[in-house]
Design a protein around this ligand. Sequence first.
Ligand code: PMP
Length: 401
Amino acid sequence: MTTSEIRALFAVASRPEVVSLAGGMPNLTALPIDEISKVFADVILHDGQVALQYGSGQGHPILREQITEIMALEGISAHPDDVIVTTGSQQALDLISRIFIDPGDVVLAEAPSYVGALGTFRQYQAKIVHIAMDDDGLIPESLREAISSVRASGRRIKFLYTIPNFHNPAGVTLSLARRREIIEIARQNEILIIEDNPYGLLGFNEEPYRAMRGDDQENVIYLGSFSKTFAPGLRVGWAVAPHAVREKMVMASESTILCPSNFAQMAISRYFATQPWLDQIKNFRELYRERRDAMLEALDQHFPVSATWTKPRGGFYVWATLPEGIDTKAMLPRAITARVAYVPGTAFYADGFGTWSMRLSYCYPTPERIQEGVRRLATVIDEELDLRETFGPINRGINNV
Ligand code: PMP
């Protein structure tokens, strides 16, 4: 195990004078705290003996039913028995890794990919092979090529891990045509798909995208979470998996945590049963859209023309790539001195790539702070570019793509 680059950053980035574009913390200012406190108090008053007791290893039956209703918004039809409630979707990633990965197995993941998932796969000694993305998400042809070359090297592929909607960290969304193509490639090659979808209901413009699980119930394990649509502090997520896998996941979960928190599940369940949760998600979407707009506007205004960045249609993140030769990890201390933080691109690769890229989160600060943060960051980048002009590019080994 190693500490993630993000964790090491949190201490400095959370100083009040620093504009943090680093963390991916949901913005809870939009939550109706008074209403929530009444809902939670009700759970204790009316069902306290159950809520404070151990519960089912698979998760609370009523919440599992509500989860199937939420997933229906993305075209998934599931039975509550297909659902296992986990302690955040992070635990589901751990359970899946524990069940499937033998040391040396290959896990396919987008380039870049979610740092928390990469850390888990690595802990189980998987070899991570990254697959290229563009503005429409994972590129099917690159997936085919990766499968052939891994197989030619004699290694075994356990699964493809993908974040189709409002990608963390890339900020892109997998097109519907590609979803179908990728499902087909995975089927032909007998590779399981792990569809990680914590941001799916946080799109800014359109209806939610159809989940891959909606088109393939045999070969797709779907992961969901209440962390971004409600509150991460409750630590409740879920997985929907083919029957045999789900049984194993329940056993693996019981051996680590016995059962997910009954109180947290019942609190969420009552919130979803009694409150206008879809309106609340709409409030979240508006809050994040305003921040996304502020960040894109500031990037247009301040970043050098030689930089590029993605334009997210939902979620929390912009992925920016600077002119070649600017090492974002080496630049970070200077950025912190200039009172702005981001996550260097290398954190999201298992193979040392990402040197000139960075993840910029717009979820947490106010729009004004976001704009100020981007302005500060652009000044630091300009200084780097000046240095390069004076001293020439610094050879730092592996290049980005
Ligand atoms: N998957 C992705 C892509 C994420 O961004 C996160 C949280 N940042 C998680 C999984 C884990 O979320 P949680 O455990 O809070 O459900």
